[in-house]
Design a protein around this ligand. Structure first.
Ligand SMILES: [Zn+2]
Length: 332
């Protein structure tokens, strides 16, 4: 197999990784309820086809189940999240629940593992300066993030839910996704951020540069924009979300530290305006681009009605194209 063929196969796998097909001629006998059936699971009692008597494999499997390492396994879900993040998230938020280990549980388990590993293997860093904020509430919050990084990172990346919802509303894929879907997108993203955080802890803080790259890569697959369209929207979304997070922190600080300088109130107001402004700017540009495209298409239909039948099919396909590289960039 040539390198190009391998790459094509990898791309196809990224878009569609799961094969639920089964051999219709293959009959199974259910050990549990003694039913005979065709398919992957017994339709009477839902026991999996091919389950036999207790063996050493069962011992291993049921021990691994405690940590979610059985089917829909945590490790396999992580593997998917690393190699096809956007498509994997898209599968999940569109109802293919069976493809993933429950995401919030995955985040919390990984959070616990990273605390334990940190505790066991990381030498205490005495050079690390402890920066304490003026506000006791903020100090409490940062301590909590340190102690439970899973929930901690989730609470931070949740600030990206609204900017994503606004800026990527008119995307070719997952158009007008809902806020609950947005929540699950960020749960999956915080799993990736958590892994980057662990890498940064162990090797070098340069690894944090991977956080925006993870977002850009996943969003490209998830929303289907071309390279540049995805880049500017992604950066705008990250800036806006970060500003919202800073805004929340400074509001808490203002509320808990009591009377304070006017300059800090001024900073907070500026932050709020910039956060909302950048988000609305992204949404407005996206919307007007979609409108312009729609107008162009309608004008083409009026001028050349016969092209409608020919063009309607490929244009639909191109929006859901398997390979985002083939898509024309919507922003000129
Ligand atoms: Zn059965």
């Amino acid at each position: 197999m040539t390198l190009k063929e391998r790459y094509k196969r990898f791309k196809a796998w990224q878009v569609n990784a799961f094969d639920w097909s089964y051999d219709e001629n293959e009959h199974h006998y259910c050990v549990n309820c003694e039913n005979e059936f065709v398919g992957n699971h017994c339709p009477h009692c839902s026991q999996k086809a091919g389950v036999g008597k207790i063996s050493w494999k069962s011992v291993l499997q049921s021990s691994a189940e405690v940590w979610g390492m059985h089917n829909r396994s945590l490790l396999y879900s992580l593997w998917q999240l690393i190699w096809r993040p956007g498509h994997f998230i898209s599968d999940y938020i569109n109802g293919k629940r069976q493809v993933s280990f429950p995401p919030v549980k995955m985040l919390v388990i990984l959070g616990i593992i990273s605390v334990v590993v940190d505790y066991l293997f990381k030498a205490p860093d005495i050079t690390e300066e402890v920066i304490k904020e003026d506000s006791p509430l903020l100090n409490q919050y940062f301590d909590w993030v340190e102690a439970s990084p899973g929930w901690g990172w989730l609470s931070i990346v949740c600030f990206f839910i609204i900017p994503t919802w606004c800026i990527f509303r008119y995307a070719p894929r997952n158009t007008k996704h809902s806020l609950p879907q947005g929540f699950f997108i960020q749960v999956f993203m915080s799993i990736q951020v958590l892994i980057v955080d662990d890498l940064a802890d162990f090797f070098s803080s340069y690894f944090y540069i991977m956080v925006p790259l993870c977002y850009l890569y996943a969003y490209r697959q998830l929303f289907g924009y071309g390279f540049w369209g995805n880049l500017w929207r992604g950066i705008l979304m990250l800036v806006s979300g970060s500003l919202f997070a800073i805004l929340a922190l400074s509001i808490i600080e203002l509320l808990t530290t009591g009377p304070t300088h006017a300059i800090r109130i001024f900073h907070t107001v500026c932050c709020a305006l910039l956060a909302v402004g950048s988000m609305l700017l992204g949404m407005f540009i996206s919307k007007s681009l979609v409108r312009r495209k729609e107008k162009k298409r309608k004008a083409q239909e009026v001028n050349n009605p016969s092209s409608l039948i020919q063009s309607s099919e490929p244009s639909e396909n191109s929006e859901l194209s398997d390979n985002p590289d083939d898509e024309p960039d919507d922003d000129e």
